[in-house]
Design a protein around this ligand. Sequence first.
Ligand code: SF4
Length: 386
Amino acid sequence: MVEQYTYLKPLGLYIHVPFCLKKCCYCDFTSYPYSEAAAGVYLDALFKEIELYSQGLPGWDKALASIFIGGGTPTCLPSRSLTAVLDRLSEVFSLLPGCEVTIEANPGTVDRQALIELRKGGVNRLSLGIQAFQDQLLSMLGRIHTAAEAVETTRAARMAGFEDLNLDFIFGIPGQTLADWQETLSLAASLEPEHIAVYGLQLEAGTPLENLVSRGKIQPCSEDLELFLYQTAIQYLSGQGYVHYEISNFARPGRESIHNLGYWLNRYYLGLGPAAHSYLPCGRYANESTLEGYAGRLAQGELPVSTTEAGTVRTEMAETMFLGLRLISGVDLTAFYQRFGRRVEDVYRLEITRLLKAGFVEFANGRLRLTAAGLPLANEVFIEFL
Ligand code: SF4
């Protein structure tokens, strides 16, 4: 399956939109309550940042394989603003044929008209944060939409002309039962999206949901149930014709996310917007995390970079291993050798020997990949390569 990924071009572009209508109870991402004034400050700064990159960087190819507008909730912004950003990007960068242009949207923040405008404006992939199809679970998460609105938005996206849809879901929500999850998966498949992502709920420190759990006000999902829900998703979605191609991601054959594959193949990407991260031939760097800091730097004509890390070949090899092992097909041994001039088996001889003995990884088809036993323990496997 991975042979097809060799057509991937090296640069993806990520834009972080830091606004949400309301903060969800489990979220620790950088986001602010949406207001027209704050959106104006953000957009003004974003156009300045694009302008600075229009002059180019040493060793940097401006050809784009993918654009991903994420957040936050990008669709808090008016569609005409989002399409104006895309127009400017297509003038400054060179969008390769088949360039995947994704926008994240949440039900309750887009209507059919907005979706039509986005589609006409060049967005060709929509990623909807549905999370669950039970209103009580959506309410537990602090989401603003209902299950009925999620179905309605998915159908509206189809009517607006989106032929590439991703739906995001969460398992391991406090109070979620196996029956809830089966209902969610079944309804998700009945909507026939090209792509489905399922994530285990992370109880991030300092969030209201984590606070309720740590004070014993609500019971978290047990580890056993969470694992069973994950395995249920793999079994059910595979049976529905979805290819399980990454730990959390499923796609119709050939409809894998080009942008996210770029991350897992440890390709270069440029991040714009507050708190966005970049990985370019010159290193990894992070933008100012606050809107104020980000806009302030750009107002002075500076790139809003707050931290940089030159990186070493050793760290690049480690990243290539643990990101590549997220793919179900695993790390391509030939590609690793071509990139670094060294064999995976030589660089990580001890680590791989340990993992093979434990039954967590295996060699197959010129790749090193997680086994079924290693999949639920992926994080422990990744630590071996750090
Ligand atoms: S919509 Fe997404 S980014 Fe915004 S608060 Fe909720 S989970 Fe976080």
